[in-house]
Design a protein around this ligand. Sequence first.
Ligand SMILES: [Zn+2]
Length: 352
Amino acid sequence: MIPVFDGHNDFLLRVWMHGASRSELVEGTAGGGHMDIGRMRDGGFAGGLFAIFVPSPMEIPFAEVQEIMTAPPYDIPLPQEIDHIAALPAAMSMAGHLVAMCREWPDEFALCLSVHDIEAAMASGRIACVMHMEGVEAIDPDLDALYLFHSMGLRSLGPVWSRTNVFGHGVPFRFPGSPDTGPGLTESGKRLVRACNDLKIAIDLSHITEQGMDDVAATSNAPLIASHSNAHAICQSPRNLTDRQLDMIRDSGGIVGLNYATMFLREDGSLNPDTGWDIMLRHLDHLIEKLGEDHVGLGSDFDGANIPECLGDVSGLPDLLEAMASHGYDAPLIEKLAHRNWLSVLRKTWGE
Ligand SMILES: [Zn+2]
């Protein structure tokens, strides 16, 4: 089985929202979701970026949002901003869950601070966990909390989730639409990017506006990374990347992780689990054509999105790799897409 190192999951959010016992989620007795130890093992899931994400209080009930997204066109207003003090407890709790998981199940999970750590975890059969933050409301403009989270193990962050914060602006949940929806980084955002460069924290551009990506490209000395985004040429969601953006990522030596969310895959932009392998392969073909085969990876969005029924959950990863093989990708290419490219871009980013 070819191991998969994945660019984005929301497992920590599901653990945090569950509230009760962490072990019910880790060991899977609670059921539901896309991930637990058993299903990760079945899928050959070797590790990935585990996101800390602070959700907004629901202004529109989640079921209603999902209903709207099944019938494009749609344009859902972005949630209100969350201030630093409000975001901090949830972010601390999710960081705590990740660190605790790696201590409580030491034969299953390893907190990884480097590609060396990831490779050691993979070699010893443990799931390699990298701490990532999606939208950094939990970090103050003075960046004190950035240093604190870095010391806890944070090695990757996206300055914004879609909602605006003090660092910048993100794209709304709208279809169809362009990622060019407004301003980019603020002055604090540019300081954040420079501090991430100094600390060797990866900067993730999924969710940021097109202007925001231009601002990061002009400020950062690191490869441009979009951990869980697809090709705008195929699915015209603002969450996807235009060919111009893909060119920038290629020129920086960065990576794009394929997002399995049906609304970011399908040409009609609809949230619809009745979605097959074909459209996932078309996105991969396009990303490989634009970026080259060394700069494309996977970015599942497990536990954070509606994904194709044929994939089901993390245990379906071997079927995705099988679909790639049937599509004509050879074994070396599948290995690159499955984990090698992520490791090489992170190695460059982290200065190893
Ligand atoms: Zn996301």
